[in-house]
Every structure is written in structure tokens, then in C-alpha cells.
Design a protein around this ligand. Structure first.
Ligand SMILES: Cc1cc2nc3c(=O)[nH]c(=O)nc-3n(C[C@H](O)[C@H](O)[C@H](O)COP(=O)(O)O)c2cc1C
Length: 103
């Protein structure tokens, strides 16, 4: 994807599917979605629990937090929707901050 103001393909929509328990991943994916939208693409940001439909989109970005080393919600979504190898998919993860000693 290019970053100029009007570079999005007309009619090609981007799905940003995410899971967020405390809100950090939500903030991250909303920031990403705003950038993509500024670049001229139509973007929908939908929580995984609301059953987004990746097959209706040209691109899919998935975000989720690490919990005990696992990305369970994201993994279930990828498996359930058969996303592996289907189309370019970016995984965005939120984990411990490296600042403040990881707190
Ligand atoms: C119970 C629990 C387990 C966690 N396990 C990990 C972990 O294994 N690795 C990691 O990097 N971060 C871990 N974290 C940190 C979260 O991934 C991090 O706070 C993330 O930003 C939370 O995302 P959310 O606000 O979208 O829910 C854990 C947080 C909690 C509450």
C-alpha cells in the first residue's frame, strides 16, 4: 500500500479485525486504520467477537494482545476463517511495554 493521499484502490476495502481486553490493541488498530483511511482506502475496524467477514475485503489486518504468550482470539479467528495463505494478512500484536520495566 502506498501512503499518498489518494492511493487507495477504488472499491477495495480493508478489514481491520481485532481483539482487545484492556483497550491498547484497540488504540493501535484504530491508529493504523486512520492512516490507511488517510491514504485513500475504505477501512472497517471490527472486533473479532462481532464476527467480521474477511471474504468481503481485499486486505485484512488482524490485531490482538499477547496473553501468557498466546494470541488465542487471533489464532481462533485465523483458523475459523481459513485465512492462512488466502491473502496478504498483517498481524499486529500488543504486548508488554519495554518501558517502565515491562510493567
Ligand atoms: C493476564 C495477562 C497476561 C499477559 N501475558 C503477556 C505475555 O505473555 N506477553 C506479553 O508480551 N504481554 C502479555 N500481557 C500484556 C498484554 O499483552 C498487554 O497489556 C496488551 O497491551 C493488552 O492488550 P489490550 O489492552 O488490547 O487487551 C499480558 C497481560 C495480561 C493481563
Amino acid at each position: 500500500m502506498e501512503r499518498s493521499g489518494t492511493s487507495g484502490d477504488p472499491g477495495v476495502r480493508v478489514l481491520v479485525a481485532f481483539e482487545s481486553r484492556k483497550g491498547s490493541t484497540r488504540e493501535i488498530v484504530e491508529t493504523i486504520a486512520a492512516e490507511i483511511n488517510t491514504a485513500g482506502w475504505d477501512v472497517d475496524v471490527i472486533e473479532i467477537k462481532d464476527s467480521p467477514r474477511p471474504d468481503e475485503y481485499g486486505y485484512v489486518i488482524i490485531g490482538g494482545p499477547l496473553h501468557m504468550g498466546k494470541i488465542k482470539g487471533v489464532r481462533n479467528f485465523v483458523d475459523m476463517r481459513n485465512l492462512k495463505g488466502v491473502r496478504p494478512t498483517q498481524l499486529t500484536l500488543a504486548g508488554f511495554s519495554v518501558q517502565n520495566g515491562g510493567k
